[in-house]
Write a protein that binds this ligand. Sequence first.
Ligand code: ZN
Length: 113
Amino acid sequence: MHELSIATALVEQVCEAALAAKASCVVSVELVLGDLSGVEIEALELAFSMACQDTCAQGARLVVEREPLELLCSACRRLSIPDDIVMVCVHCNSTDVEVARGKALTLKSMEVL
Ligand SMILES: [Zn+2]
């Protein structure tokens, strides 16, 4: 399961940071997740609570901030945010686009005690 390996790596990362900060436990973890990251938020939340068991992050709250898909059009050079996960420029309907944002899978912040 994709989400479980992500969650496990995330918990390892926050526990190491908590240890480095001489904190006893992790209260919450904030994550930025792009629409194109291929991660299901619900599955990740479940995997996170499993991965937290018996670690210093046990019971920590996972806050997920979504990063919308943003495309840069090669035809009209404008940025667009499509309503759906589609690779089409909303300005000129060109499909000659590249992903400017939306692939994020990054730890934004965390709260420790
Ligand atoms: Zn365009």
